[in-house]
Write a protein that binds this ligand. Structure first.
Ligand SMILES: *Cc1c(COP(=O)(O)O)cnc(C)c1O
Length: 475
């Protein structure tokens, strides 16, 4: 060990060997926890544990910190690592994430730009995504916190295409922009439209069926808006709606967008990855390659640990024109650390960025796309099985067809709508609290129903049948 420079701060361990022992032990505990994921369902955080989180101004050594992490933090996760977690579209995470996060924390790279390893890792990941989704090599992309942020970026680019880059200096002025999406579009799109100052009343919600939005109504609405003086600038296709797992006909939407000369953005938060599954599920996203922008998540159906999403944009020039701005201290240089292109700060909102790409890269290198695709296929098959099990259980009923990996049902059709809602909520809460299975709820035709979103590589077929049996038992 080199002797301590008395001028250096004490933020590095005083004794690396002691730190090494503590860290090795903590890693073992994490691996134990993950390998026993089935023993660790969600549980509520006890009052005294919550109180213990308060920052009291004291400090503790690494061993004490590690002990507290294991005892007070580790047990109180969202529970989505558990094989019977079907509530909301929460990915399970991957063991490879333990490796990537360790290396990322060691490197502590800032991925806003410059010429270093992680920029090339991100390029490799984005390039793979372009191939998977059939985007041209000249397209651009950046990893972001999630689809919510990706949607802001995609729609910001769509607006620059409609109004020109002068918009960045002048603001939207009195241009009246309108956008179009199916009625079940995710709230993230409304938020993005609000953040861009467009106002969510100008996001037209087009009626839809199980096969997505009605194209005749969409066309008519665009025509009406134009006649009234609006500038339709984007149509948002959904590849996997969050409530019922519906998919828009993306080829049809691409055609309309072309005819109307407006931008096609696809929200494929989880559903885009049906692309890696077997048929018939992979066919759900046919036409995704024709989108102008695509938002999706790695942290949902690619099982990569939180958080990580992606925006892909077909026209790199528009993408850059929407976000690039380099004050002199950030100017790129021909050689050295300030070289390299692209700088990811030119493609999005964040300047300082962590090494999100590494956890995706490690997953793709370790498991390979094929294995990940098989897990996605299995989740679709499990949703089919859950649907069949529901249909074969007396008084239980699906309230929507199972299209991909979502299964929504009611526990007892003999009850009134109000009593069904009450029972469904009760069952979901009790099963969560018992640590048995996590479903969520959603409102369908005035009834609060039980909803399973299967994005879980640990789930087995017997988890599916046992979960429905648990619902039946609770009636
Ligand atoms: C989850 C989801 C979003 C939001 O994505 P985040 O990663 O949570 O920001 C948007 N659209 C759909 C369809 C989703 O399922």
């Amino acid at each position: 060990m080199t002797p301590c420079d008395p001028q250096a701060s004490e933020l590095d361990p005083e004794n690396w060997e002691d730190f090494r022992k503590v860290a090795h032990d903590l890693l073992d505990q994490c691996i134990n926890h993950l390998s026993e994921a089935r023993e660790h369902p969600w549980q509520p955080v006890p009052e005294e544990i919550r109180a213990s989180y308060a920052i009291d101004g004291s400090s503790m050594d690494a061993a004490e910190l590690s002990r507290r992490l294991v005892k007070e933090v580790l047990p109180y996760a969202t529970g989505n690592t558990h094989p019977r977690f079907f509530g909301w579209v929460h990915g399970t995470g991957l063991a490879s994430g333990l490796l990537s996060e360790m290396v990322a924390a060691t490197m502590n790279s800032n991925c806003g730009g410059r010429d270093h390893g992680m920029s090339y890792i991100e390029r490799a990941v984005v390039s793979w995504c372009q191939q998977v989704f059939g985007f041209p090599e000249t397209a651009s992309g950046v990893l972001v916190a999630g689809t919510s942020q990706a949607t802001v970026i995609g729609l910001a680019a769509a607006r620059v295409r409609a109004l020109g880059p002068e918009l960045r200096a002048q603001g939207q002025q009195n241009n009246w922009l309108t956008a179009y999406a199916g009625a079940s579009v995710h709230n993230a799109t409304s938020k993005a439209i609000e953040l861009l100052g467009i106002g969510h009343n100008n996001l037209r919600k087009i009626p839809e069926t199980d096969t997505g939005m009605d194209h005749d109504i969409l066309r008519a609405r665009i025509r009406e808006d134009r006649a009234a003086g609006a500038r339709p600038f984007a149509v948002i296709g959904t590849a996997g709606s969050v409530d019922l797992g519906r998919f828009d006909d993306l080829n049809g939407l691409a055609l309309i967008a072309k005819e109307e000369d407006i931008w096609l953005h696809v929200d494929g938060a989880f559903g885009a990855w049906a692309r890696l599954a077997d048929a018939p599920w992979s066919n759900l996203v046919d036409g995704i390659e024709r989108a102008d922008s695509l938002a999706c998540d790695f942290h949902k159906w690619m099982y990569v640990p939180y958080d990580c999403g992606l925006i892909l944009i077909r026209d790199e020039a528009i993408h850059r024109a929407t976000f690039a701005a380099r004050p002199s201290y950030l100017a790129g240089q021909a050689r050295g650390l300030a070289g390299g292109d692209p700088w990811y700060c030119d493609y999005g909102i964040d300047l300082s960025r962590g090494s999100r790409a590494l956890k995706v890269w490690t997953a793709l290198q370790h498991y390979g796309p094929e294995k990940l695709g098989q897990a996605i296929t299995r989740n679709c098959e499990q949703a089919v099985l859950m649907g069949e099990t529901v249909s074969n259980t007396e008084r239980m009923q699906l309230v929507a067809p199972v299209i991909s990996n979502l299964c929504v049902f009611t526990a007892d059709t003999l009850l009134s709508a109000q009593d069904q809602s009450r029972l469904n909520k009760h069952i979901v809460q009790e099963l969560q609290l018992a640590g048995e299975v996590v479903f969520s709820t959603t409102l369908v035709d005035g009834i609060t129903c039980i909803r399973a979103a299967i994005v879980n590589h640990r789930t087995t077929r017997s988890d599916i049948t046992a979960s429905i049996a648990a619902v039946a038992r609770m009636r």
